[in-house]
Design a protein around this ligand. Structure first.
Ligand code: SF4
Length: 194
């Protein structure tokens, strides 16, 4: 079986892709997500991912939580919306580390679970993955995992495992945006009942 290094961001996004890829590859999990803020949220997502990998007997590796590097790379893009230019930089940083790790450890192929999310543009993520594959000299397995009910199935698997499920993408900017939307909704509700 070929060895595949799989970049993951959280267990709910990863479970469906893992079930699919382990039929064909010997999969190792790579958790490299310095975008996640705050640190306790990072720990929670990582622990859930590591626990599931251990449960099903997969190798788990954790990249460095170099959040300063992430913040520096995304400087000037603080006000970009989700799916904007900040996300491209964020994908690039995480996928470049995965490609370099896969190359250094002589995997046959690497991939990411990021395209499972309906909020993420698979075309852009796959373009970044394929570019990095050329740069690092190691094959990228592209895919749009949300297709063919992938996201729905992932949600079902995730409920069955009782995974912790976050309500924002990961970075401090996406967290602030989520809180702003929640606050606006509450205000509308309060205005109606007062
Ligand atoms: S919204 Fe998500 S993908 Fe975009 S920069 Fe933040 S953490 Fe990264």
């Amino acid at each position: 079986m070929k060895r595949l290094l799989l970049h993951t961001c959280c267990a709910p996004c990863a479970i469906y892709v893992i079930k699919k890829l382990t039929k064909e590859f010997s999969v190792s999990i790579f958790f490299y997500d310095p975008n996640i803020h705050p640190r306790r949220e990072y720990n929670q997502r990582r622990d859930e991912m590591r626990g599931y990998a251990q449960k099903i007997g997969l190798d788990f590796q954790e990249g460095e939580y170099d959040s300063i590097r992430w913040l520096t790379a995304t400087q000037g893009l603080e006000n970009e919306p989700e799916r904007g230019r900040r996300c491209d930089v964020c994908f690039d940083l995480r996928l470049a580390k995965t490609a370099s790790q896969a190359k250094a450890e002589q995997y046959d192929v690497w991939a990411t679970v990021l395209t499972i999310s309906p909020h993420k543009d698979a075309e852009r993520i796959n373009a970044i993955g394929n570019r990095l594959a050329g740069q690092y000299g190691i094959t990228f397995l592209d895919g749009d995992w949300k297709k063919q009910d992938g996201f729905k199935t992932a949600s079902r698997f995730s409920r069955a495992e009782n995974f912790y499920r976050q309500d924002y993408c990961g970075c401090l900017y996406s967290k602030a945006e989520k809180e702003r939307v929640k606050h606006d909704r509450l205000k509308i509700y309060a205005d109606k009942i007062i």
